[in-house]
Design a protein around this ligand. Structure first.
Ligand code: B16
Ligand code: MG
Length: 219
């Protein structure tokens, strides 16, 4: 049987994508860049610095700012994002996730987090889920973010488990690439067109049960 489940956070355990979007939108507007919901899909799972770079390229502003200005922009976005996630509470846990975490615990399966968000520990605390996690990767220590496999490989290393004995769960294109390249089994949550490279795709977290994971693993 699988020995660990490595979860992505945003889009799998809770949905803060809209908060990220609002915060980026507020910054982008000041710079005269217009962001659409469709464009937001390209920011999912992608770290803060790369997200800003994609937004500036989208607005034709790729080489318009100094390093210092870019840092200020990232800080401005994050300050707004932090005020938005203050509202996050256990009500924002996606359906089925807490039951799954309990079932994993009672079956002695290790639980890890591979989120690109430097705010992940705070969000897990607000959700009341922090104590379920045996390990949380610190994304600020990684050389390469998603789609590179490093974040999922690091989660397995921290748990002393081989990636071949692990399942990774993701909602973003970049995250599925990262799981696949780490040689873990990949489960995508969401849109078939975006997640088509996943080993297995579920429409939403209601379908993500312990029994379903066993079935996927044994097939
Ligand atoms: P922060 P995940 C990702 O979370 C988000 O999907 C992505 O939109 C965000 O830019 C990234 O975290 C970094 O977040 O600015 O809070 O460090 O999906 O990997 O859990
Ligand atoms: Mg995600």
């Amino acid at each position: 049987m699988f020995q660990t489940i490595i979860f992505d956070l945003d889009g799998v355990i809770t949905d803060t994508a809209n908060f990220h979007f609002k915060a980026w939108q507020s910054l982008a507007e000041k710079l005269g860049v217009y962001l659409t919901e469709d464009f937001n899909e390209h920011l999912k799972g992608v770290d803060r610095t790369e997200s800003l770079s994609r937004i500036l390229s989208h607005g034709g502003l790729k080489h318009s700012f100094s390093k210092e200005e870019l840092i200020t922009f990232e800080e401005e976005k994050n300050n707004l994002y932090i005020t938005l996630i203050d509202q996050v509470s256990p009500e924002n846990i996606l359906p089925g996730i807490e039951q799954l975490l309990n079932d994993l615990r009672s079956n002695n399966v290790k639980i890890g987090l591979a989120s690109a968000s430097r705010n992940a520990p705070k969000i897990l605390q607000n959700l009341g889920l922090y104590d379920y996690f045996d390990t949380i990767v610190d994304p600020s220590k990684l050389k390469k973010g998603k789609p590179a496999p490093e974040i999922f490989e690091t989660a397995c290393q921290q748990l002393n488990i081989h990636p071949k004995d692990a399942i990774g769960i993701e909602d973003a294109y970049s995250g599925i690439q990262a799981i696949n390249d780490s040689k873990m089994l990949s489960v995508g949550i969401g849109d078939l067109n975006i997640l088509k490279d996943a080993d297995y795709i579920l429409n939403n977290t209601c379908l993500l049960t312990f029994d379903k994971l066993l079935e996927i693993w044994n097939n």
